[in-house]
Design a protein around this ligand. Structure first.
Ligand code: G3P
Ligand code: MG
Length: 243
C-alpha cells in the first residue's frame, strides 16, 4: 500500500517545514512527514528547503552563515500568510522530539546538493539514533556522494536516492549507490520503471503528487509512497481507492 507523506508538512495549508504544517499533517492522518535539512553556521541541523532565507523568511542571505540562535529569530510564517506571522524555523531536534510519540514515518531529506555541508550525514544520523527513531526514518538526498555516506553509516537503515532526471538503468544505478529506495519526480513514473525497481527490491516513492489523477496512477502502479502538499486529499482518496 502506498504511504502518504506530507511534503514539507501539509504545505498547501501552512508555511512549509514549520510546526503548524507538521501539526496539520498529523491531524490529517498522513502516514509520514517529509522535511528538508540544512545546517546552521554552528552545525545545528534545521528544517528549511532553500539554501537562502529569501523565499520563506525575512532574511534574504545564506542560512549557513547564521548561527542557530540567529536562525531562531527569523520569521518563517509571514511570507505564507499574516496569520502565521512570527512562526519560527524548527530544528531537527525539536521536530524529532515532537514526532517521537506519534505513530508517523519520517523522511529527512539532506539538502546538500548545492552546499556540501561537512559531516551533515553523521550529524543527522546520530540525532535520529539518539531519539531511537532509525526504524521509522528514511534518509534521502539528491547528492550521490551523500547517499553513499549514509549507506556507510549503517547498513540496515532506509536510504533513498532522489532524482528528477531520467537516468538510464535507474534501478541498477540506485543499487550501485547502496540505497534501498528511490524518490522520483512524478514525470518519471512509468510501469516499466516500477517493475525494474521491484525486481531489485527497491522501494519507489513519488514527488510531488497533488492531483487526484496522479495519485490514482501512483496507487495503480503500486508505488510505495507519495509526497504530497495536500495530505487530507490523498488520505481521503487512498481510503476510497483501496476499500
Ligand atoms: O524528497 C522529495 C522532494 O521533497 C524532493 O524535492 O525540492 O521538494 O525537496 P524538493
Ligand atoms: Mg524535500
Amino acid at each position: 500500500m502506498t504511504a502518504i507523506f506530507a511534503h514539507r508538512g501539509a504545505s498547501k495549508y501552512a508555511p512549509e517545514n514549520t510546526m503548524p504544517a507538521f501539526e496539520l499533517a498529523h491531524k490529517m492522518n498522513a502516514d509520514g512527514i517529509e522535511t528538508d535539512v540544512q545546517l546552521s553556521k554552528d552545525h545545528v541541523p534545521i528544517l528549511i528547503h532553500d539554501e537562502t532565507g529569501k523565499r520563506t523568511t525575512d532574511f534574504p542571505g545564506l542560512i549557513k552563515d547564521l548561527t542557530y540562535r540567529q536562525i531562531k529569530e527569523l520569521d518563517a510564517g509571514t511570507w505564507f500568510s499574516k496569520q502565521f506571522a512570527g512562526t519560527s524555523i524548527v530544528s531537527l531536534e525539536e521536530f524529532l522530539q515532537w514526532i517521537e510519540n506519534k505513530p508517523m514515518r519520517i523522511n529527512i531529506e539532506l539538502k546538500n546538493n548545492k552546499i556540501d555541508y561537512p559531516h551533515m550525514e553523521a550529524i543527522v544520523f546520530e540525532m535520529v539514533k539518539h531519539f531511537r527513531l532509525l526504524e521509522r526514518t528514511t534518509f534521502s538526498s539528491f547528492n550521490e556522494r551523500s547517499v553513499k555516506k549514509l549507506v556507510r553509516l549503517s547498513h540496515d537503515m532506509d536510504v533513498a536516492f532522489i532524482t528528477s532526471k531520467k537516468i538510464k538503468q535507474l534501478a541498477h544505478y540506485t543499487e550501485q549507490l547502496g540505497a534501498n529506495a528511490v524518490h522520483i519526480k512524478y514525470r518519471l513514473l512509468q510501469a516499466k520503471l516500477v517493475d525494474e525497481l521491484r525486481q531489485k527490491k527497491l522501494a519507489v516513492r513519488v514527488y510531488t503528487v497533488n492531483k487526484q489523477s496522479l495519485m490514482k496512477k501512483c496507487f495503480q502502479l503500486g508505488s510505495d509512497g507519495i509526497f504530497t502538499d495536500v495530505p487530507d486529499i490523498a488520505v481521503h482518496y487512498h481510503k476510497q481507492f483501496f476499500k
